[in-house]
Design a protein around this ligand. Structure first.
Ligand code: NAG
Length: 289
């Protein structure tokens, strides 16, 4: 049975809608309903069990399966919450202890940094929702979803909320999707109020040949709707997609990774659902299940 019934092909004339096509998946990060948080500690084939979380922690202690929720593309799959605490200090090596950040992010198991998820034309899907019991502190900047290039020199796309460092943030309670952060100025691709109690659904078509990004968005169980043209954005450099909470410190100066100020006693989280990536080389994009 075709799983995706509502599709468009934007490379053909607009009146030619493709209604029964199923897009090929590049990866599927939707969480099977039999997963517990501890499953994420194992080689589960969906998410990388080893990164990214604070030294001494593991995913079993920082994830919460959200069985009572369901996002647009969760069909027999379940959303998962990523939380951060004072212990969320990532230390990828002895001399890279990231004391300026509090962070935890899920990485797709197959997304090595040089795999096919960052070649051709792909559409990344994800849904995000607030947890009223674990609010973020909007005085800080947060990265919730980002593609980090394989040489770690940039983020080609990044979904942020809160008060963006070095920028004027009119309302920090906003989801802002930015283009490549090494561009000057950095391009705001799309923004929307980060309203509570509802999933915010995104699809982002990344053309790794033409170097463009196109944004689709909806709330709750509404079908995605196109929000932008395919905008010029340098998505080259391959890399890994991160889904989680990366909280930046304040007044970190030139080295925010190590020096940003962080308040104590935090308990913050964001709920993720419907994470997957499909092949859009033929124009196939799923707008709903
Ligand atoms: C938010 O963060 C700032 C800076 O870290 C801190 O001073 C403030 O107390 C925090 N607010 C809340 C409500 O936790």
């Amino acid at each position: 049975m075709a799983r995706y019934r509502s599709l468009i092909s934007f490379l053909v004339i607009p009146s030619t809608l493709v209604v029964s096509q199923q897009c090929d998946l590049q990866f599927d990060g939707r969480v099977p309903s039999d997963f517990s948080a501890a499953t994420f500690n194992t080689n589960n084939g969906v998410y990388n069990p080893s990164n990214v979380f604070g030294k001494g922690l593991n995913f079993g202690s920082i994830l919460e399966i959200q069985n009572s929720l369901s996002s647009l593309f969760d069909v027999d799959t379940v959303p998962v919450e990523v939380t951060i605490s004072d212990d969320s200090i990532f230390a990828p090596s002895a001399n890279n202890v990231q004391t300026g950040f509090r962070r935890a992010e899920l990485l797709i198991a197959s997304n090595s940094g040089t795999d096919a998820s960052t070649t051709g034309v792909k559409t990344l899907h994800f849904s995000v929702m607030k947890d009223a019991n674990r609010p973020l502190n909007l005085t800080h900047e947060y990265q919730l979803v980002f593609l980090e290039s394989s040489d770690f020199s940039t983020n080609q796309i990044v979904l942020k909320t809160g008060t963006i460092l070095g920028a004027n943030t009119a309302d920090p309670d906003t989801l802002q999707l930015f283009g490549n952060v090494n561009a000057n100025p950095v391009q705001t691709l799309f923004s929307v109020p980060f309203t509570e109690d509802v999933f915010h659904n995104f699809a982002v078509t990344l053309d790794f040949d033409a170097l463009t990004t196109q944004v689709f968005y909806s709330q709750d169980t509404n079908a995605l709707a196109v929000q932008t043209e395919a905008l010029a954005n340098d998505v080259s450099g391959q890399g890994q997609f991160h889904f989680g909470v990366l909280k930046k410190g304040l007044n970190g100066g030139d080295d925010i990774v190590k020096n940003g100020e962080q308040e104590d006693d935090i308990d913050e989280g964001i709920i993720f659902g419907g994470i997957f990536e499909e092949d859009s080389s033929d124009g196939c994009i799923s707008l709903s299940t």
